[in-house]
Design a protein around this ligand. Structure first.
Ligand SMILES: *Cc1c(COP(=O)(O)O)cnc(C)c1O
Length: 410
């Protein structure tokens, strides 16, 4: 594990390199407030007469910066800090766990993964990732980290396998629920294994993209860092890419911020503003999406053994992940999969028959989307597996569209 030899200020330039509000100030919103309230209010500035609720984006490369006292300036150069990021970072920190949590934003979820791996690992370290984890993260760990002398342990999505693999590891990266597998890992059990059997200073990182901070709070379950692709639910409108990390550990924060500053992997101010604006509706979007996903999963489950081979959704009582998900998660999510069997043609025809459900990759958007996952050739999945991401359209319309397409292609 990296001993932080210089994080925030390591590039010599002090201004904005980690000043108080420069990146993820202490969340000011009480954490006992409900999810909907926090979604609307998190990261907004104090109510000053005549100012907007959410200030518009600040577009700046250099900021005015006179004299030598640059370390005191919150903002000095656009690659180090930006006020529009600061508001969003405070909001993310609020949602991920509140007091003592700090967040950083990145231009994509993959850049957030890079900040974790490149910022924290050193030659000789062992990193654990899942075989069916997000492909960019898995490949970055094996190929890029491997080239730097980091050893990667690839393990199946299984709590016992991850607990085993944590022995001697510097970093364990867990994605739960996985996608498209929708398997769930016991985070508290893996966190205990990382603490007890990991290398000195070992850390647990949780990719919380699928669950979102409202579906699951990894920092409360023992994770050191939680990361998200905000390109999915967090922003939810299918119109921007975003990555975030959040942690209580100042040293980890400084290492990841230092990497961001040196690599220049920074979010544009306009995207930061759009993302913050979108957060306000996160709770209402998720409530609707999760309820519709449950209804569609039940509709599909009733056809298993008839024209479907399997349905996976953690919210189905018969699902292999249900018991653990019910214990660990606060909502079962917006993504489900169903399998028409080893029949790529039917899966293609079914998607072509849908009028409302759009064929597209990704998930978490207000638009309902589905795809035949095997078309990517990246996951070990059946030819007929369809991943469905449920949006905020009326559930009855979605059910009708899906039923029509299933009936027409059975
Ligand atoms: C999409 C995704 C990522 C990568 O995020 P981008 O914003 O596309 O770079 C990482 N992890 C998970 C689980 C994802 O779904």
């Amino acid at each position: 594990m990296a001993e932080e030899g210089g994080g925030a200020g390591a590039d010599g330039a002090g201004a904005g390199a980690g000043g108080a509000g420069g990146a993820g100030g202490e969340p000011r919103l009480a954490s006992e407030l409900g999810d909907g309230t926090r979604a609307v209010r998190a990261g907004l500035p104090p109510a000053e007469q005549g100012t907007p609720f959410l200030p518009g984006p600040t577009f700046a490369a250099p900021y005015h910066l006179r004299g030598d006292g640059i370390a005191e300036a919150e903002y000095g150069y656009g690659r180090y800090a930006n006020p529009t990021w600061s508001g969003l970072e405070e909001a993310i920190a609020t949602l991920e766990g509140g007091a003592g949590v700090h967040a950083l934003t990145f231009p994509s979820g993959s850049a957030a993964v890079a900040a974790v791996l490149f910022g924290l690992l050193r030659s000789g370290d062992v990193v654990v990732v899942q075989q069916d984890g997000y492909p960019a993260a898995r490949d970055m760990a094996t190929e890029n980290m491997g080239a730097l002398g980091v050893r990667t342990r690839l393990v199946p999505t299984d709590t016992a396998a991850l607990v085993d693999a944590a022995r001697g590891a510097a970093l364990v990266v867990v994605e739960t629920p996985t996608n498209p597998g929708l398997d769930v890992v016991d985070l508290a059990a893996v966190a205990a294994a990382v603490r007890e059997t990991g290398a000195p200073g070992a850390r647990l990182v949780v990719d919380n993209t699928l669950a979102t901070p409202f579906g699951q709070r990894p920092l409360e379950l023992g994770a050191d860092i939680t990361l998200l692709s905000g390109s999915k639910h967090l922003t939810g409108h299918g119109d921007l890419l975003l990555g975030t990390v959040a942690t209580r550990d100042e040293r980890l924060l400084a290492a990841m911020r230092g990497w961001r500053q040196r690599a220049g992997a920074i979010l544009g101010p306009f995207e930061a503003w759009l993302a913050h604006r979108s957060l306000a509706t996160l709770d209402v979007r998720l409530q609707r999406q999760c309820a519709s996903a449950q209804a569609l999963a039940e509709l599909l489950a009733a056809r298993v053994g008839d024209d479907l081979v399997a349905v996976r959704y953690p919210g189905l009582p018969g699902d292999p992940a249900h018991a653990l998900a019910a214990r660990q998660m606060r909502a079962f999510g917006t993504v489900l999969t169903f399998d028409v069997g080893d029949d790529a043609d039917r899966a293609r025809a079914l998607l072509a028959h849908c009028e409302l459900i759009s064929e597209a990759t990704s998930f978490g958007s207000v638009h309902t989307m589905a795809e035949r996952r095997a078309r990517w050739g990246m996951d070990a999945v059946s030819e007929g597996l369809i991943r469905l991401s449920v949006g905020i359209e009326d559930a009855v319309d979605l059910a009708r569209d899906l039923t029509r397409a299933l009936d027409a292609t059975r």
